[in-house]
Design a protein around this ligand. Sequence first.
Ligand SMILES: [Zn+2]
Ligand SMILES: [Zn+2]
Length: 530
Amino acid sequence: MTHKEEAEERSYEHWATVVSNKAIEIFGKKQVVATGWAPSGYYHIGNFKEAVTCRAIHRELISLGADSYYLLNIDDVDPFEKIPAFFKEYGKLLKPYLGHAISEVPDPLGCHDSYAEHFIADALAIMNDFDVNPDPILTSKLYEEGKYYRYAKLFLEKREEMYELTEEITGSKMEDFFLIQCPKCNNLSAPKIIDYKFIEDKIKVEILCQKERRGCGQKSSLILGETIWKIKWRLDWAARQDFLGVTVESSGKDHGVSGGSIDSSLAIHERIFGKSKLPMLITHGFLTFGGKKLSGSTGSGLPVSKFPSILDPSIFLYKIYRTNLRTDTDFKVEMDVPGVASDYDLAEELYYKERDIEHKKTKEKTVKAYELALMAEPFEEKPIRMNYGQLVTFLQVYLFDEEQVIETLKAKEIIPFNISNRDLQLLKDRIQRAKFWIENYASNNFKFSVVKNPKCDIVKLLDLPVLKELYMALQNLPENYQGDSITQYLYEIAKEKEIKPGNFFRSIYQIVLAQKSGPRAGTLIDVLGK
Ligand SMILES: [Zn+2]
Ligand SMILES: [Zn+2]
């Protein structure tokens, strides 16, 4: 753990509260929270983590009485540098556009006006699924509106300071400040500026479209703004934060390294723009799936758009909000889903005061994370929840028959007979998600099918005395025992009879499932009936 992570762990306040209070202390009530994304590939988990993190801060600012505006900067002037693996078959069509602005590259699938737009619609829909609704602002629009022009002039006027600053921070001098589209071949990343001069309030540039960078070799003379242009990334970032009045922006930890883009941006705010109040450029930990940082351009792994088919989006939000800001989270989709859902249910009990815990810090952070994860007004009364993991067992025993599962849950008084329509709907939603998870993602440890007629040879393999004790134990199983209390009961008996509990449980799995392991024995017996 780093110092910052340790301090966060010690804090009694949720990170969203800490960041928001500090932002209000610096900037007062008017707040602008920003997140950014370049639509050069599918919206991925890293982008998602950033937007979701900023959503929490935006919400917390509002709940602390600030007037917060949440924006998403969509950088559609990014040059198209690489044909992603998932568009490999369109290589011929896309190759001539390498180096062009993604807003000018065609959509190979033909369903949108440009390559960039193909990904934008999808990203906004995903964000909306998670109640992340920043105001989308296209970088191309900001350039068209001339928002960046005075920064271009400023950077050129202060070029010596800029050289010094970039060299001091990054270790290498930034040669060119801009990307300028070649008027002949439209390439954005190939031209190099060979000369410039100020003509009244405009900048006249001489550019050479470099052949070695896929350019056409043409020299051109033009007024900056006659073709697409862009201030290079770190400078563009600072300029945008300045004219949009950004007060808080979160980025992945990699941006926060010494000499990274955050250092550069802050130095530009301070030394080039001459500001004393610097935006809060915070960093968040990585979210990975099975150890992999998913990349939008390779398109590997579980797409963010699939999350809501596995878990209620609020549960995902809760998982992120209950984790420290700077701590990395790895989510193993094949294993972690029932546990994450169960943590959420416990937080809900705490929020509705159906449960209490002594540890004040844990309690406050849990309740705040639950509140922030809500996607609508909270219900008046706590909804009835059916444990996700138990549901996974019920569904497999009853061969995914939703009606039969619900009837059984009622008969076993796990859910009330007069369950409200709202809670019944929540249960049905969870059933659909659990089913989708088992069928598509769950590890084999969670999957089983009940054996109709146990094979004699399996029974023969079992230890007869163990089997006898098991039979007796089940005969004497008290009626009111359910789930884990059954597991506990079997455990006690095994100990009493000096049988290894593992052998006891293995016998159950072998008889019922014809496999060596399975779901919790108590739950299984409970679901099957004694
Ligand atoms: Zn499309
Ligand atoms: Zn050219």
